[in-house]
Design a protein around this ligand. Structure first.
Ligand SMILES: NC(=O)c1ccc[n+]([C@@H]2O[C@H](COP(=O)([O-])OP(=O)(O)OC[C@H]3O[C@@H](n4cnc5c(N)ncnc54)[C@H](OP(=O)(O)O)[C@@H]3O)[C@@H](O)[C@H]2O)c1
Length: 501
């Protein structure tokens, strides 16, 4: 991972669902950025696959416009856009139609001849999950997954990967019948975010944090993914999914794994993923009784967002008027290993909260003696290391300092590193590293099948307990910081969520 080639080798990127939101908003802009950084090889091409009713020339024109918009009309790099668009071709077909895959195989042979792409293919499934297996099976049937004579063939699978433990296991079994595990790149786009990776650098490239990164010094950990948006146009999908399935097995547990894992012996895919699998296996699944005590599920009602009234979840389009789907979840997990036993990990995520923010808070144990009890304008606070992942990418350390003056007055202050201030602003989608890594065959930032299954093993008992009625469904007004029960979850342990501000 740390000794990457200067640019990717020859190859073709095939995007299934080329007309969709992910391809337009994130994948093509990421290619544009990769080109600008000099990371794409001359022997490179993109094939779009989808049922969109356009000609190849029309698709190129759409992408040209889309890239111009995405890169800011005025500052758009026309040469970069033309470079990508001139390499784009299109196979128009339904995902379920075998003839489309024959056409694709013929197109790829042509491109290999014309552009010397060497028979190396990266198949990106920017499709709804019900097509993952269909597409991969068809690719196998036309021989596009065979890796002979040093050629590589890889498949990038988007989230969601299953909707519970059994479906994830089944999908893993089915996919590995057609492709080798090493060919499957399961994506969690959180791993493309700079500050998520910075958790690893912070922990393992510095000498000062690791000695105190354990139960002796850390009181508890909070992981928050707060969104201001409601379900928007995704009501139909979301009402069958809910906050727990949508966010926890992937993003929140991914962040937990990076925060809690043991140091890997090398910065390699095998070592990094091996440690994450181990730490997820150390999270004891909640029993049916614990689910009532350690989880909170809630749904937003009507309220205010950014000063405007917004409807409640049950009034959203394509949501059942008596829906019991949670739009908010908070939970308390443990990591039962030598390093973490006794340290609670609190997770929360929700829609229609007052701000958009993803952060990890490491709260250290308080000083052993409250020497300055009378000198503080508020009660002395614990030291906190706050890793902000989005929208701001920053790390800050909160501690107590003396207010200048003759009196000894103590106040909390912070030392703060902000990625943007220090390294400058780069307009990135978060998919650049992931696409590049998939092209060069570095799977470090992609999930292995057992990581996915371990995550679902943590979530599955909660889903089952909730389905059997454990834990009430709570409500919170849109624009507020979640249900009272989520505050109570921490208050019972003498803790408090870091304010959503
Ligand atoms: N969008 C995001 O920001 C985002 C972020 C992270 C992960 N993801 C994941 O990425 C995947 C794609 O998401 P998306 O937002 O791009 O979805 P989308 O906008 O619905 O795009 C899906 C594309 O697939 C095409 N399609 C659907 N059924 C087809 C069929 N039977 N045959 C051929 N083409 C078909 C659609 O064509 P039509 O337009 O003709 O329907 C559309 O172009 C999903 O798994 C999603 O969870 C998306």
């Amino acid at each position: 991972m740390n000794q990457k080639p200067q640019h990717a080798g020859p190859g073709v990127l095939v995007i299934f669902g080329v007309g969709g939101d992910l391809a337009k908003r994130l994948l093509f802009p990421a290619l544009y950025n990769l080109f600008q950084e000099g990371l794409l090889p001359e022997q490179f091409a993109v094939v779009g696959f989808g049922r969109t009713d356009v000609s190849e020339e029309q698709l190129r024109e759409q992408m040209r416009r889309n890239l111009r918009e995405a890169s800011g009309e005025l500052s758009a790099d026309t040469a970069a856009i033309e470079w990508i668009v001139s390499r784009l071709s299109f196979v128009r077909s339904d995902f379920t139609n075998p003839a489309g895959y024959e056409q694709l195989a013929a197109k790829l042979r042509e491109i290999d001849q014309a552009r010397a792409t060497g028979g190396n293919y990266l198949f990106y499934l920017a499709t709804a999950p019900e097509f993952f297996l269909d597409v991969v099976q068809h690719l196998g049937q036309v021989g596009l997954l065979g890796q002979e004579n040093g050629q590589w063939r890889r498949v990038v699978v988007e989230k969601p990967f299953g909707h519970d433990l059994e479906s994830a296991r089944q999908l893993n079994r089915d996919l590995t019948r057609v492709a080798e595990e090493e060919q499957i790149y399961r994506i969690d786009h959180y791993l493309g975010k700079e500050t998520v990776l910075n958790i690893l650098v912070l922990r393992f490239a510095n000498g000062i944090f690791e000695p105190i990164w354990n139960r002796r010094y850390i009181d508890h950990v909070q992981i928050t993914v707060a969104e201001t948006l409601g379900v928007e146009t995704r009501g139909g999908y979301y009402d069958h999914t809910g906050a727990l399935r949508d966010m926890v097995p992937n993003h929140l547990l991914q962040v937990l794994a990076l925060t809690a894992m043991e140091p890997p012996s090398a910065f390699s895919a095998t070592a990094l993923r091996g440690e994450q699998v181990k730490v997820l296996a150390a999270v004891p699944p909640l029993g049916a009784r614990d689910c009532g005590m350690c989880t909170v599920r809630a749904q937003y009602g009507a309220g205010n967002e950014g000063g405007s009234p917004v409807p409640g979840y049950r009034e959203e389009r394509r949501v059942a008027p008596d829906s019991r789907t949670e739009t908010y979840v908070a939970m308390k997990l443990a990591v039962d290993n030598w390093r973490w036993v006794g340290v609670p990990f609190y997770l929360r995520t929700g829609k229609r909260l007052p701000i958009r923010k993803t952060e990890v808070v490491i709260e250290f144990r308080k000083a052993p003696l409250a020497l300055f009890r009378g000198a503080s304008s508020t009660l002395p606070q614990a030291n906190r290391l706050v890793i902000s992942i989005q929208p701001e990418e920053s790390i800050s350390l909160e501690f107590q300092a003396k207010v200048p003056g003759t009196e000894v007055t103590v106040k909390p202050v912070a030392m703060r590193f902000c990625n943007r201030d220090f390294f400058g602003y780069k307009n990135r989608t978060g998919y650049e590293t992931l696409l590049f890594d998939a092209m060069i065959g570095d799977a470090s930032l992609f999930k292995r099948g057992d990581m996915i299954e371990n995550s679902w093993s943590i979530i599955d008992p909660v889903l089952k307990a909730w389905a059997q009625g454990a834990g009430d469904l709570h409500f919170y007004a849109a624009g507020t910081d979640g249900p009272e029960a989520a505050h109570e979850l921490l208050r019972r342990d003498g803790h408090q969520w870091r304010a959503l501000a």
